[in-house]
Design a protein around this ligand. Sequence first.
Ligand SMILES: [Zn+2]
Length: 165
Amino acid sequence: MTIPTSFDVVHSCGHTLTHDLTSRSADQRAGYVRWLSSRQCTDCWRTAHQADAASTAEWLANRRAEEQNAATAWADQFDMPPLEGPEKILAWGERTRHQLVTAAYTALVTEGTWDEADWAAFEEQVRLVTRAGWWVDQRDAQGSDLPELLDAAHDRDRPTENPFR
Ligand SMILES: [Zn+2]
């Protein structure tokens, strides 16, 4: 009796595909057929995988749009100036600024010792740093570190600080 090289495999998705297992040695074929039958057929796997990727991309795009709306509303409400820099990072810089300043408020005022006057003075410093790239560079910072980071900001990060320069 000869071990066959061609197998009809019923995949977990219910589709039956004929697999040529000539390239497998005779003693490996049964195990490989078992493994194949526990998996979706190639078409189903690809379809499911693409759907996953598409829904992840859509979810990310939606979340980014929500964050952008929140950042824009926040900038309006607190009179934050528009950022400056390359077009492609402006929105990113605005989202980062919103998230960092909000985190700083939580750390320094809500959970910290700052009063509203301290915060108002700090907000003035925040308004001066309008270079989008600066905010993007701080995206991994903690909110509580923001005062120190703002102190370290360079003149070029505050392009509008001195209009007579
Ligand atoms: Zn299938």
